[in-house]
Design a protein around this ligand. Structure first.
Ligand code: NAD
Length: 448
């Protein structure tokens, strides 16, 4: 087995999770990030993100020297033979991906490669729009390094499919690996690295052109977003039909192997750092090519509608929201993470506040991140019980198990009026209890 030494540019949710996963497999990893505070924290063994597996392993991997971090991009590149890029590609105001972090990372790597002897492979893990690897990354890398891709240096785009909350497992046990190779040697080197990391558990590896790999990533995320918008549309139909229940409908649909059960859970709509921004970037890519992607646009519109629908349910119950107290349980874009980027909860809160409501919030992991963006717009609670106290309505936005511990009696005793809008139907097994003691409004279930 070759002794792999890799560098990772960008130590966020993707980069740091990769650093931990590969270091756990015995790879020597050196991470570089432009954020000095992040580096300081990682050096101390304190994870800047609350990701299972990262939090627990960071300290020991740093201590053992298997995972190092540096503020010098030069050291990172010079001491390794593969560099992975996991910087962010957020949305520009027009929806297209902002590639400035990718440009900056490539330029830095290229400048170091100018003086480096021996073969070096660059792998882009960040999600980038179709043709970015060939039309932007390759020329920039060749220009800054003075070397030709395919000879002294290599370049691949390898999309990342991990889910926050199970990132380490998803990296170490992926369903498939997609390698978009600019040339055959680049793909060969990356595949042999992956073979050493995954051994006999190497999943199907698709080796293809960079543009196909880029489209596989965007297509996958758009498809998942479509499933969410689809089931949320079914949920709206169910709400209008007495006796209808979206979970039963989704279960019955999902047993068909042509459909499958994942991403068929009705809720407040999709959020997070990937689906919304990647869908928007795909729409903008199509428009730039002169094609109007009707389906992709509708997925986004349905998602927007669903968010407003949650607020409308509250308004139907309470009337004018001015001075009404609303408790929001769940702030991250889903349970199991502290990531609030493009979270539906944060957007719901902003709507409520615009309409004059006083909002109290609670999340088991995301309070600190929420505080950074919501500031004094809301009141922060230290438990779900404190959060619902004296409120006119509670909106459950994510399905943290901690919220499931609450009893109907808790809502009845603590709230001003025990009205619960449950976007995840977390109390569906206790419908009788909740219907008896509270005004329980689970989305996607038809009224009697
Ligand atoms: P993030 O914002 O958490 O992390 C990005 C990191 O890159 C930050 O720490 C930032 O300081 C650093 N950075 C910025 N410019 C840099 C530079 N020039 N050199 C070195 N570091 C730099 O982002 P993320 O959530 O980890 O996502 C990274 C990419 O992976 C995005 O393209 C995203 O779409 C994609 N992706 C994310 C997920 C996910 O669940 N978060 C899943 C799959 C794919």
């Amino acid at each position: 087995m070759i002794e792999w030494r890799i560098s990772i540019f960008g130590l966020g949710y993707v980069g740091l999770s990769h650093a931990i996963a590969y270091a756990l497999k015995g790879v020597k990893v050196i991470g570089f990030d432009v954020d000095r505070e992040k580096l300081k924290s990682i050096k101390k063994g304190i994870s800047p993100i609350k990701e299972p597996g990262v939090v627990e392993n960071l300290g020991k991997l740093v201590k053992s020297g298997r995972l190092k971090v540096t503020g010098s991009h030069k050291d990172a590149v010079l001491s390794t033979n593969i560099t992975f890029i996991s910087v962010n590609t957020p949305s520009l105001p027009d929806g297209y991906a902002d590639l400035s972090q990718v440009r900056s990372a490539i330029s830095r790597i290229g400048e170091v490669l100018y003086d480096k002897n021996g073969y070096h492979l660059v792998v882009v893990n960040s999600t980038v729009p179709p043709r970015t690897t060939e039309d932007l990354v390759k020329p920039l890398l060749e220009e800054t390094s003075g070397k030709i891709v395919g000879e002294e240096i290599g370049l691949c785009f390898m999309p990342e499919f991990l889910r926050e909350g199970s990132a380490i497992r998803d990296i170490l046990e992926p369903w498939r690996i997609v390698i978009g190779e600019v040339d055959k040697k680049s793909g060969d080197v990356l595949e042999s690295f992956l073979l050493d990391v995954h051994g006999k558990r190497l999943p199907p590896v698709i080796r293809t052109t960079p543009v196909n790999a880029e489209l596989i990533k965007y297509g996958s995320n758009a498809f998942l977003a479509m499933r969410v918008s689809f089931i949320n549309t079914m949920a709206r139909v169910c709400e209008l039909l007495p006796g209808a229940d979206v979970d039963v409908v989704a279960y019955g649909m999902g047993l068909d192997p042509r459909i499958g059960s994942r991403y068929l859970s009705a809720g407040p709509g999709f959020g997070g750092s990937c689906l919304p921004k990647d869908l928007k970037a795909l729409i903008k890519t199509c428009e730039n090519l002169g094609y109007d992607p009707l389906l992709f646009k509708v997925i986004d519109e349905v998602n927007e509608q669903q968010l407003k629908h949650v607020v409308e349910i509250v308004e139907q119950r309470l009337g004018n929201l001015k001075d009404k107290k609303v408790a929001v349980l769940g702030l991250a874009f889903k349970a199991g993470t502290d990531d609030i980027r493009d979270s539906q909860a944060i957007r719901i809160i902003r709507y409520l506040v615009e309409k004059g409501a006083e909002v109290k919030v609670y999340d088991p992991e995301a309070m600190e991140n929420a505080r950074n963006v919501l500031k004094d717009l809301v009141e922060y609670s230290t438990s779900p019980y404190e959060c619902i106290k004296d409120c006119d309505v509670t909106i459950i936005v994510t399905d943290w198990s901690e919220f499931k511990d609450l009893k109907a009696e808790d809502y009845r005793k603590l709230m001003k009026k025990p009205i619960i809008v449950d976007t995840r139907r977390i109390y569906r097994e206790r419908l009788e209890e909740f219907n008896e003691r509270t005004v329980y409004i689970p989305i996607g279930i038809g009224k009697k």
